[in-house]
Structures are given as structure tokens and as C-alpha cells.
Design a binder for this molecule. Structure first.
Ligand code: NAG
Ligand code: NAG
Ligand code: NAG
Ligand code: NAG
Ligand code: NAG
Length: 351
């Protein structure tokens, strides 16, 4: 009796243990907490190179269960309108991924700290989105980021916010910044003192001129290479400082591909091939000044002429009268002679 009771206690204890263990396993398998090793639904995973690719889905959020071993995450063709704070960080764990491609996801807004928990990210591609809002703290924490692609992605509303978001403190290691096809009207007022920036790609924007201030900054940042092809340059004398920068520094690798689009006469002419007179504000101003001067002189001559006429109006009247009198006298003489001459002719005819 005593032994039996002890035995049943023991069995109960073992059963209890087993039950707990089973519950724990079930919990682990079906827990909503990230399991860290399973491929997210609707994605393709290749564990060996560490690539997770999620294309064209209905999802409007970043998958919450990105495996821990991911080194490259490609998310494309989704409808993610907003990148929220810590979007790539579930349950507070950091991911060690180095490449994050988010092109063509219809992203409109990047909230503060969106890329939190990605301390080793090297490359971030946000091309071909429609960014209307970029928080000043959007890229916070990306201390290892070397390449940032924002081609065809920034709507005019977000152009100004961009400069704030790209402040040097978050992106200390940025080497390459691509901003092609964003209809930018000028070189964005970046803090080009981003210590490591080597390449700034501004191809296919709407930059018509680069002012003296920007040129000074460029001269100071000798390390940075600026790509500027396919911009509609206005080749007048305001382009002077930039023209000399193109010639003197070797900071624009595609200098030979920069073409004038204005004025009409110079359309298609490479900026480099302009003559110095074309971009010389002194001669342009002198020309303008000389035309103005000529105009003033002509006007003065006209005024003097009118004055002379006015002051001599008495004399002129007299002179005109004299002429008229002279004419009349002449006419009378003529008339008289005509009458005289007609008589003999008539006489002859009669004879
Ligand atoms: C994208 O998602 C938003 C809601 O988040 C929705 O209003 C919009 O219609 C969706 N667009 C497309 C193309 O599916
Ligand atoms: C997930 O979060 C819970 C509570 O917030 C914590 O107990 C658990 O350890 C976390 N898991 C991981 C893998 O960090
Ligand atoms: C734009 O971004 C892509 C990455 O999506 C890159 O491969 C390309 O070279 C960039 N530059 C231009 C000018 O398109
Ligand atoms: C330049 O950008 C526009 C959009 O901004 C795009 O439609 C066009 O194809 C681009 N041109 C080139 C040569 O990349
Ligand atoms: C660039 O070169 C031109 C002549 O080639 C010179 O007049 C100008 O001062 C130079 N500018 C700088 C900043 O070196």
C-alpha cells in the first residue's frame, strides 16, 4: 500500500515532467516569436550564401521572421508603403546581414530608426521607390554602410529632407551615394565632409548650373568623384566656375559626357569644349554694357536734335517761308514766260 502510493507519486511526477517538456516543444514550434532559422513564407532561401529573396507578394510589411543567418535580403515588387521603426528587427535581436535590397516596393515613407539593428549593413538599395518622406533619423545606426542607392526614388517633396537624413553622423563610412534620375535641380546640399564619400552619382537629373559656392566645396573635397552626365546644363557665363573646375580638377570622371542644353545655339555642345569667352561673365557683361552705352548715346543725339529744332523754331519758320516765297516767285516767273512763249507759237500756226 505504502509502496504503491510511492510508485504512483513517482509516475505522476514523470508524467508531469514529460508533459512540461512536450508543452515546451509545442510552444517552441508554434510560438509567434521568431524561430530564427525557418524561411519566411513566400520567400526563397539559400542558406549557404545566406540569401533570402522575397518577390512580388501581397504583403505590405517587411517579413517579421528573417532568419538569423541572412547575409543578403532581397525584397522586391511588394507594396510596402512605410518602413517603420525597427522594421528589420523582430524581438529586439540584431541581424548580421550586409546587403539589403528594397528596390521597387512602392516605399513612400521611411520613419525614424527604420534600419535599427543592422550594424553590419554594407549596401542598402532603395532605388525605384516613391519616397515622399524621409525622416532625419531614417538612416540612424548604419555605421558600416558603404553604398546607398537611391536612384529614381526621391519625389520633389523629399528632396530637402534627404540632406538632413544623410548627415555625416549616421553614415560615417559611406563611400558611394547614387542619386540618379531624381529630377534634382542642384547638387544636394550634402555635408560633403562625409569623411569617406568617394563617389556621388547625380546622373540624369535636372541640374542646369553649379554655382560658385558648390564649386568651392567640391574643390575642398578632393577625394569625392561626382558623376553628372545627362543633366541639362545651361551654358552661359554663370557656369564659369564650374567650367574651370571641370578643366582643372579630375573630380568629374564623366566630364566629357556633360552637354549643354541651353542656349539653343549651344545645344549638344560638350561643356568641356566651350571657349573661355562663352563662360566669361566679364566679356558678357562688357558686351551688355557696350550695347546699353550705344543706346544712351543714340538717345542723347536724338534729344539734342529735337532741342535744336525746338530752339530754332522761329528761324525754321522763317526759312520755310523764304523757301515758299522763293518757290512762288519761281512759279510766277515760269507762268509769265509760258504765257510769253505761247503767243509766237500761235502766230506761227496762224501763218
Ligand atoms: C498598397 O497598399 C496600400 C495600403 O497599405 C493600398 O492602399 C494600395 O492600394 C496598395 N497598392 C497596390 C498597388 O497594391
Ligand atoms: C524574444 O522576446 C522575449 C520576450 O520579449 C524573450 O523572452 C526572448 O528571449 C526573446 N527571444 C530572442 C530570441 O531574443
Ligand atoms: C542605380 O542603382 C542600381 C542599383 O539598383 C545600380 O546598379 C545602378 O548602377 C545605379 N545607377 C544608375 C545610374 O542607374
Ligand atoms: C532618366 O530618368 C528618367 C526618369 O527620371 C527616366 O525615365 C529615363 O529613362 C532616364 N534616362 C536614362 C538614360 O537613364
Ligand atoms: C583653373 O584654371 C584656369 C586656367 O586654366 C585658371 O584661370 C583658374 O584660376 C584655375 N582655377 C583654380 C581654382 O585653380
Amino acid at each position: 500500500m505504502w509502496i504503491f502510493s510511492d510508485n504512483s507519486k513517482c509516475i505522476f511526477f514523470i508524467w508531469n515532467q514529460w508533459c512540461l517538456y512536450y508543452a515546451a516543444v509545442v510552444c517552441l514550434l508554434f510560438s509567434p516569436v521568431r524561430t530564427n532559422n525557418v524561411c519566411p513564407t513566400s520567400c526563397i532561401c539559400a542558406k549557404d550564401p545566406g540569401t533570402v529573396t522575397c518577390r512580388d507578394g501581397e504583403d505590405t510589411e517587411v517579413p517579421g521572421d528573417i532568419p538569423e543567418w541572412t547575409s543578403t535580403l532581397i525584397l522586391q515588387g511588394r507594396n510596402i508603403s512605410t518602413l517603420r521603426r525597427g522594421a528589420f528587427m523582430s524581438n529586439g535581436t540584431e541581424l548580421q546581414m550586409t546587403t539589403l535590397s528594397l528596390s521597387r516596393n512602392g516605399i513612400r515613407a521611411i520613419e525614424p530608426y527604420a534600419f535599427l539593428g543592422l550594424p553590419r549593413l554594407h549596401l542598402l538599395d532603395l532605388s525605384h521607390n516613391q519616397l515622399e518622406y524621409i525622416s532625419g533619423r531614417a538612416f540612424h545606426g548604419l555605421l558600416q554602410l558603404r553604398s546607398l542607392y537611391l536612384n529614381h526614388s526621391i519625389s520633389p517633396a523629399a528632396t530637402e529632407q534627404l540632406s538632413n537624413a544623410l548627415d555625416a553622423q549616421s553614415l560615417l563610412n559611406l563611400h558611394r551615394l547614387e542619386l540618379a534620375g531624381n529630377a534634382l535641380k542642384s547638387i544636394p546640399p550634402l555635408r560633403l565632409d562625409m569623411h569617406n564619400l568617394h563617389a556621388l552619382v547625380l546622373i540624369n537629373n535636372s541640374i542646369t548650373s553649379v554655382g560658385g559656392g558648390d564649386v568651392t566645396t567640391l574643390y575642398q573635397q578632393k577625394r569625392v568623384r561626382v558623376y553628372l552626365a545627362l543633366n541639362p546644363f545651361r551654358c552661359n557665363c554663370e557656369l564659369g566656375a564650374f567650367y574651370y573646375w571641370l578643366k582643372n580638377s579630375s573630380q568629374c570622371p564623366d566630364a566629357g559626357r556633360l552637354l549643354c542644353s541651353e542656349p539653343e545655339a549651344k545645344r549638344g555642345v560638350p561643356v568641356e569644349n566651350l571657349r573661355e569667352e562663352d563662360v566669361d561673365c566679364m566679356s558678357e557683361n562688357l558686351e551688355a554694357v557696350s550695347y546699353v552705352f550705344l543706346g544712351i548715346v543714340l538717345a542723347l543725339i536724338g534729344v539734342v536734335f529735337l532741342m535744336v529744332l525746338y530752339l530754332n523754331r522761329g528761324g525754321i519758320k522763317r526759312w520755310l517761308n523764304n523757301i515758299r516765297d522763293a518757290c512762288r516767285d519761281q512759279m510766277e516767273v515760269y507762268h509769265y514766260r509760258y504765257e510769253q512763249d505761247s503767243d509766237p507759237r500761235l502766230a506761227n500756226v496762224a501763218v
